[in-house]
Design a protein around this ligand. Structure first.
Ligand code: MN
Length: 726
């Protein structure tokens, strides 16, 4: 479908917003000329993309600068035009927006762990500077996903995962419902086409069967509210595919249990009318117990407000009713974008500042943390309604993820409250601080006045939120260096003996020093201390340590416990070293290059060529070091990547909500492509997931399975057909 300037003009004319159409047309012409001759993968002229992005932004009600930046967003990246050109033609504001979007485009959000954390941090920082950058980026991603069909398979999968894990949650957190739902539905269609089709079928069938019924219900509601003499609007809709997917496939509900395929929405003028209508609806239909939710008095963290109730009509078909005011409606539909769409902003709970505060909190919480998982968790915990609402004794509401403990609550109030906590009361009764909190509880933290009091180490394992975990760690990091060193040393000793690493005192000293260097610590004590306060997780670096151990001390066979029957796979590593036929090649642990990365070899002393990413810090250091410069050697990936094969594994889980997301994230972090993913519920209430993954070697498969078993809620992981009888 081709789009042009007329579409922009029409959209601008139909918008409730005043736009500077001349400036928009100027940007149109500028971008069109700059992209002249470029094509998209689909074969369409490239310029159709920025126009569509601009149209989405107009739809969201964004301001003129955002529309202009939307038209220009790929110009700096893909054409000869520079940021300065944009600034001189369209002004500083547009220049900054385009620059922000360009920079965001250059950070792959779904890369290897460490880098991913850094990249997401960069994105959050860009957002906190000007939130419009991320809204333009969301529009960009939305149009790209709409037209993803022509991409190569791998790219579709990567982008879909990234969309599901990062962009959709961001859209959700910013409250932009339409964008969030469309992103999720498109990504789902690519990630789980089988489930997606099943949902489509069921929805279609129900729509056909129940069309008259829904009309009938709407009419019934209409006349009832009319009697009350109120101004109102009523509409009905079918919930998003992904919303249904979460219920059926992730939470294991039966299709019959999925009540809220339909939602009837009633919009009125005032809050008091919302409650009036709720009463009328409960009178008109039979409410289903425990399905009523009051998000008006307790808004969701993304500021969503509405009353939700599920009722059954005369035909016995349940449906959800959502009741809200117009202000709440704008916030629910447009979220942060409502700030631009409705000049005055939206009254009540919504303010740009409050939304930005969330981003700043994540950035702050993350400054102490070194782990990408924590960061992903911070973003992911915001998805959905998996949260509890509890109160301070003063009646302030705190929202925390489901499964949070009193300790999380204390740290959510303030670090000092957490650090000085010696006990707690829940609803007036003394309770253990590890207690999981529940919605509606009033929680009082008992504190000591002593300034020296601090948290206990085991709290780190008891807490749910990364905010609490980071604050506890940072206390230990600051206050307890000696203790941390002791703790770290003890942990090393435990892990070493568990892994049968036995060395003489001298050897041990040498070995530890090697490890310390590899992980870039200044001293052995720093290294122990970091393990002690949890800055590095020993279990994560153990595989590397074990590797080194067997390499360095392999002659000492008596100390080694090589598992029998496990044939070592000869690493046919897929690397070609220029000018050398056969040579020992290994992948550098510092940057872990993966097929497709730009790489370079480094000739080690006596241990062959180690392959680094070209961008690896160690390479850059070597390049600046005349002594090492000539040890760099060109290497490239072997072309045939046919070595991978598919393997099917069965994962038994306790069916914890969100576990599927965690599994797919883990696989994606491990760079293991997923070909099939099926989940179902077993009679005993556990879940079984059978997934077909692409694997390069048995070692990789074992490693992958091992990593999966570490996910909370996973009971077992086996090759398909090998799992024990369940
Ligand atoms: Mn783009």
């Amino acid at each position: 479908m081709s789009v042009g300037v007329e579409d922009l003009e029409r959209a601008v004319k139909n918008a409730d917003h005043k736009y500077d159409i001349e400036l928009i047309k100027k940007a149109y012409t500028f971008a069109k000329e700059s992209h002249n001759g470029q094509l998209r993968l689909s074969g369409e002229p490239y310029f159709t993309h920025p126009i569509n992005v601009a149209l989405i932004l107009i739809d969201l009600g964004m301001d003129t600068d955002s529309i202009v930046a939307g038209l220009l967003h790929d110009v700096v990246e893909d054409t000869e035009v520079s940021k300065e050109d944009i600034v001189s033609t369209f002004g500083e504001d547009v220049g900054l927006l385009v620059d922000g979007v360009t920079k965001l485009g250059q950070v792959p959000l779904y890369s290897r762990e460490e880098q991913q954390a850094e990249n997401i941090r960069k994105m959050l920082l860009a957002m906190s500077k000007d939130i419009r950058v991320i809204i333009i980026k969301l529009a960009d991603r939305l149009h790209n996903m709409r037209t993803a069909e022509s991409w190569p398979e791998q790219k579709i999968r990567d982008k879909s995962l990234e969309t599901m894990e990062i962009y959709a949650p961001l859209a959700h957190r910013l409250g932009i419902r339409a964008v969030k739902e469309e992103l999720e539905d498109i990504a789902l269609r690519y990630l789980d086409p089988i489930a997606y089709n099943e949902i489509t079928q069921v929805v279609k069938k129900r729509e056909l069967n129940d069309a008259n019924y829904i009309e009938y219900i709407k009419e019934k509601i209409y006349f009832r509210i009319k009697e009350l003499g109120l101004n109102f609007k009523i509409d009905g809709r079918i919930k998003s595919h992904y919303g249904i997917y979460r219920k059926v496939y992730m939470n294991g509900k039966d299709w019959e249990e999925v009540f809220d395929i339909y939602a009837i929405r009633i919009i009125v003028d005032s809050i008091i009318e919302c409650y009036n209508i709720l009463g009328a609806m409960h009178d008109l239909f039979t409410p289903i117990p425990n399905r009523f939710k009051d998000y008006i008095s307790m808004p969701k963290p993304n500021m969503y407000q509405s009353l939700h109730t599920t009722v059954i009509g005369s035909e016995g078909i349940p449906f959800e009713i959502q009741i809200r005011t117009w202000d709440m409606h704008y916030t629910a539909e447009y979220g942060i974008a409502a700030h631009w769409k409705y000049k005055e902003g939206v009254k009540g709970k919504d303010s740009l500042e409050e939304r930005l505060a969330w981003i700043r909190r994540i950035i702050e919480a993350q400054q102490e943390s070194e782990s990408a998982e924590d960061l992903m968790q911070s973003i992911k915990t915001d998805i959905g309604s998996e949260e509890v609402f509890v109160f301070t004794p003063n009646g302030d509401v705190k929202t925390l993820p489901l499964g949070s403990t009193v300790i999380d609550f204390a740290y959510a109030i303030h670090s000092e409250v957490g650090n000085r906590m010696i006990g707690a009361k829940i609803d007036g009764r003394i309770a253990p601080i590890e207690t999981k909190i529940e919605t509606g509880q009033v929680i009082e933290i008992i504190r000591t006045k002593s300034e020296n009091h601090g948290p206990s180490r085991h709290w780190i394992k008891a807490v749910k939120t990364s905010e609490a975990r980071n604050k506890i760690r940072s206390w230990f990091k600051k206050e307890k260096r000696d203790e941390n060193i002791q703790e770290g040393l003890a942990e090393i000793e435990r892990e070493f003996s568990r892994n049968n690493i036995k060395l003489s005192e001298d050897e041990m000293k040498e070995f530890i020093e090697k490890i310390v260097k590899r992980h870039h610590f200044n001293s052995v004590d720093d290294f122990y201390a970091a393990i002690g306060y949890g800055g590095i997780t020993l279990s994560k670096i153990m595989p590397g340590i074990k590797d080194d151990y067997s390499k360095l001390f392999k002659n000492n066979t008596t100390l080694q416990k090589e598992p029998k029957n496990e044939k070592k796979i000869v690493p046919s590593c897929g690397i070609v070293v220029e000018g050398i036929d056969q040579c020992l090649v290994k992948f550098a642990k510092c940057c872990n290059p993966l097929p497709g990365d730009s790489i370079i070899g480094f000739i080690t002393r006596g241990r062959g060529v180690s392959v680094h990413k070209s961008s690896c810090n160690n390479v850059i250091i070597a390049k600046n070091d005349t002594e090492n410069l000539d040890r760099l050697i060109a290497v490239r990936w072997e072309n045939s990547s046919t070595k991978n094969y598919r393997s099917s594994i069965d994962i038994i889980t306790n069916n914890r909500p969100g576990i599927i997301a965690d599994i797919t994230v883990a696989l994606s972090v491990l760079k293991v492509p997923i070909h099939e993913f099926n989940a179902r519920i077993l009679k005993n209430g556990n879940g079984i997931i059978t997934t077909s993954i692409e694997i390069a070697s048995v070692e990789q498969l074992q490693n992958t399975m091992h990593k999966l078993t570490k996910i909370e809620g996973i009971i077992s992981v086996d090759r398909s057909g090998m799992s024990k009888k369940i």
